[in-house]
Design a protein around this ligand. Structure first.
Ligand code: PMP
Length: 305
């Protein structure tokens, strides 16, 4: 990842990709206290557009607020840096990664006066869970790792350290021959995937866990809106793992994962296996909107040029 042409924004400056480095005593590298975002820019007929840019920037600021990190830049500056990360790197479509982290001005948990640094990178990134799985669906395994407890870390923050839990879960799932993990909360109810929110479909209704132990996904919110506009009922409720086993359809949502059908959970085929009709419809709609093929919800697209 580090040996590439292109530029990365760091603290207000554009640096050559290979020179965008930090010191080994970077505080966030040691303790995981940082916040970040993941966005996608899609190719549209009018050029590259970042999907729901301000919503992601708002969440980045909320994450920083939760972690008590003083943001050294305002939202407009960050939005501009994100647009330019796409255009300066001449990307037709991209994955974007803004991150706020503590620098190497001090070490130890009690470190004071450590500076908040901000970076933005953008690169080309295809389907997160495999292009073929967008139709075939993925194999998922319930994790032996419990989702972060709401009073252990802050799950409304997209904080770096929260992803230790995700990495343990996803590695376990992959070692067991699956594509992704499903994490349960400390009470045993379905929370989310390692980097995705989950939906199930049963008798024509959509169900998704409430947000107690899950990230407030922007794709989740997009799908809820699109489903309701299609006349589908969306219910937020506690979901058990066996409700997923007997669902007609299930799918994950996320900026990286987009709308990925779940074919199997813990060796149980879900519904007919593969991508069910409701999932197919919502997935197609999602791609229509992110790729600018619909007239409405123009507010979701932020054109780079
Ligand atoms: N949950 C977790 C833990 C995530 O990392 C992500 C990806 N940001 C999501 C859910 C989905 O969020 P979004 O749709 O905003 O990308």
């Amino acid at each position: 990842m580090d040996d590439k042409d292109g530029v990365i924004w760091l603290d207000g400056e554009w640096l050559p990709w290979r020179d965008a480095k930090v010191h080994v005593l970077t505080h966030t590298l040691h303790y995981g206290c940082g916040v970040f975002e993941g966005l996608r820019a899609y190719q549209t007929a009018r050029g590259a557009a970042i999907f729901r840019l301000r919503d992601h920037t708002d969440r980045l600021f909320r994450s920083a607020h939760i972690m008590n990190m003083a943001m050294p830049f305002d939202k407009d500056t960050l939005d501009q840096a994100q647009r330019e990360a796409v255009s300066r790197n001449k990307l037709a479509s991209a994955y974007l990664r803004p991150m706020c982290f503590f620098g190497s001005e001090g070490m130890g948990l009690h470190a004071k006066n450590i500076k908040v640094h901000v970076m933005v990178a953008a690169w080309e990134w295809g389907s997160y869970l495999g292009q073929e799985n967008m139709e075939r669906g993925i194999k998922v395994r319930t994790s032996s790792y419990v989702r972060n407890h709401i009073n252990s870390v802050m799950c409304k923050a997209k904080a770096n350290g929260n992803y230790l839990n995700s990495i343990l879960a996803v590695r376990e799932a992959v070692e067991c021959g699956c594509d992704e993990a499903l994490l349960l909360d400390h009470e045993g109810y379905v929370a989310e995937g390692s980097g995705e929110n989950i939906f199930i479909v049963r008798r024509g209704k959509l169900y998704t866990p409430d947000l107690t132990s899950a990230l407030e996904g922007i794709t989740r919110e997009t799908i809820c809106t699109l489903a309701q506009e299609q006349g589908l009922e969306v219910v937020e409720k506690r979901i058990t793992r066996d409700e997923v086993y007997v669902a007609d359809e299930a799918f994950f949502t996320g900026t990286a994962a987009e709308v990925t059908p779940i074919r199997e959970l813990d060796g149980r085929v879900i519904g007919a296996g593969g991508r069910g009709p409701v999932t197919a419809k919502l997935q197609a709609l999602y791609f229509d909107y992110v790729q600018g093929r619909r007239e409405d919800h123009g507010e979701w697209l932020n054109y780079v040029d």
